[in-house]
Design a protein around this ligand. Structure first.
Ligand code: DGL
Length: 246
């Protein structure tokens, strides 16, 4: 069994890519919408919340855990790997290296939570590949609006916060909720190139499973969905997004 966690349904954008890799495992997706947003919380608070979810997923029998949340990865993965040396953690990160690989000269906007942008992990990556033509934009409150599914407020937020960046070429979607609003971002910024970490993380999962000789006997994959809030509508929305996209 493979656990996938995020502070809500945003990590569906990662699970979608993982499922394309043909891993016939049982997946358990933990949507921690009760604690959304992680991005505005202190590092200690995020760590203790994520550690609780990790323990829960390990108790269920997961052999690998995918942190399908840039904020949780940025803040927690180093400590988790130290505290759980036998567990395979696969962690997403903002796809800033892809900008370096594919369109390094382009004017770049990195959208992520404040927790991710301020983290040592992200700043190390950024300093390594800095193209000197990049704006780091903490998008406070945006993941919450996407989690709520409030299209009117999302459009207003994007008009208020992105309109001044009309000359952008590359947009790094550094939060797993943001690929769900690509069309809305294009409405404001025009025909930008998007970069997100979901494909990289999926390939890394396959690579690590192979390296460790972890295989699954099932004929096909299955996905169980768990949400930490009382909102019964989350599961339908998640399943719809898993199969139908944005
Ligand atoms: N989906 C989370 C991420 O990738 C962020 C949402 C939050 O702030 O909880 O960073």
């Amino acid at each position: 069994m493979i656990g996938v966690l995020d502070s809500g349904i945003g990590g569906v954008t990662v699970l979608r890519e993982i499922l394309k890799q043909g891993i016939n495992a049982k997946f358990v997706y933990y949507s921690d919408s009760k604690n959304n947003p992680y991005g505005d919380k202190s590092s200690d608070e995020v760590y203790s919340i994520v550690k609780w979810v990790v323990d829960y997923l390990l108790d269920k029998g997961c052999v690998a855990i995918v942190l399908a949340c840039n904020t949780a990865s940025a803040i927690c993965v180093k400590r988790l790997r130290e505290e759980y040396p036998d567990t395979l953690f696969i962690a997403i990160e903002p796809a800033y290296k892809m900008v370096h690989d594919y369109n390094p000269k382009g004017k770049t906007l990195v959208m992520a939570t404040e927790g991710t942008i301020k983290s040592e992990k992200f700043l190390t990556l950024f300093n390594k590949y800095d193209n000197k033509n990049t704006i780091l934009l903490p998008c406070k409150g945006l993941a919450e609006l996407i989690e709520e599914g409030n299209d009117v407020k999302i459009n207003q937020y994007l008009d208020d916060n992105l309109s001044k960046y009309k000359d952008i070429d590359n947009v790094v979607l550094g939060c797993t909720h943001y690929p769900l609003i690509k069309k809305k971002i294009r409405r404001v910024l025009g025909d930008v190139k998007f970069f997100d970490g979901s494909l990289g993380v999926s390939k890394e999962l396959v690579r690590q499973l192979e390296l460790r000789g972890i295989t699954f006997d099932n004929k096909s994959f299955s996905v169980d969905f768990i949400d930490s809030s009382d909102d019964a509508s989350k599961e339908n929305r998640f399943k719809e997004l898993l199969t139908n996209g944005e």
